[in-house]
Design a protein around this ligand. Sequence first.
Ligand code: NAD
Length: 385
Amino acid sequence: MGKIRVGLVGIGNCASSLVQGATFYSDSSKEIPGLITQNFAGYTPGDIQFVAAFDVDRRKVGKDLSKAIFEKPNCTFIFQKEIPNLNCEVQMGYVLDSIAPHTTNFPIDRRFDALDDVYATRDEAKTAVVKKLRDSGVEVLVNYLPVGSEEAAFFYAECALEAHCAFVNAIPVFVSKKWGDKFRDAGLPILGDDIKSQVGATIVHRVLTKLFEDRGQKINRMYQLNVGGNQDFLNMLDRSRLESKKISKTNSVTSQMKIKPDPENVYVGPSDYVPWLNDNKLCFIRIEGEQYGGVPMNLELRLSVEDSPNSAGVITDAIRAAKVALDRKLSGPILEASCYLFKSPVKQVDDYTAKKMLMEMAEVGGGQVSNNGHKSVKEGELLTK
Ligand SMILES: NC(=O)c1ccc[n+]([C@@H]2O[C@H](COP(=O)([O-])OP(=O)(O)OC[C@H]3O[C@@H](n4cnc5c(N)ncnc54)[C@H](O)[C@@H]3O)[C@@H](O)[C@H]2O)c1
């Protein structure tokens, strides 16, 4: 089927896991566990080729991507030490609102160390980024900026539109929700928003609330507290950067509940930064409910996961879905893939339906999708599928 030419924005822990994984999973003759799909409509993880990368950290800019992913403050688990030279030098991006000022109070090894902007104006920066995307033939651009990078996320989305690339938005800034139509008008797919980890806090919490509902138990109150020690959690200590993250995480859990608890009785969000945890994320869920006869009951759960590999497998699917969407000339928000892979797709559906849609797109399990240039599923068509 050919290679998928991918550009990355933000060479942090998530990018590190993704790039390591591209080598780890490069032998397509073997079915190595750890992915939702091995073969996605003809594309394997080994077909992902990194051809452009952008960051603003002085330890990463100018280095080959194969080396930059191991630079501080990245701290994720290294499961693939040897990465061949990728011939993909990390380029200077455009800072805008992506670096939170409070982080400068922390040790340099733990936080971003941003270079000064090299571009005099936004237009100058856009011209340079678009040129790099075009010259390197990027087909799919993945956005891995820090939480709260509202302006910067739309800046890179604009660059993707101009350079005619599909856009995969891994972060909780609502690009696919707000700009889905722009991508549709440009004939380009967009996947997003906010990647949903493979077995992470969101999907576990969603499954538990569904279990309560399916078994006829009322939920009165619940929380989901998350702590970690990577730079994502450090960045999120600034609560003002968290608004869309909290909306995205909370809606992802509550959107499928038929009877929703009072919003005052629901807390879902990042909670604290514990440096020694590094990229290990701990999630604590408590659900208080009522069983038969209105008798109170509760459930407590602790989940421990390495945060970045947990999302990299999902992005591996999202990148291939974006390429398949390009091949099939689908445009706008690609709900067939976004509903299962992201926390905040343009439309939420239940996980069973979402998985079925993804597998049909990936042509797994006999699912068939016509390839004759049809438009992406639109809002409203979905629930009748
Ligand atoms: N399981 C997960 O890890 C998960 C799940 C959902 C969403 N996300 C989101 O994915 C994003 C990336 O996560 P991460 O752990 O890799 O974060 P990170 O903090 O490790 O990496 C962010 C990278 O972006 C770079 N950067 C900052 N400003 C930039 C700019 N203007 N242009 C280019 N690069 C810039 C930083 O230098 C850093 O290398 C975060 O927003 C996170 O919330 C992660």
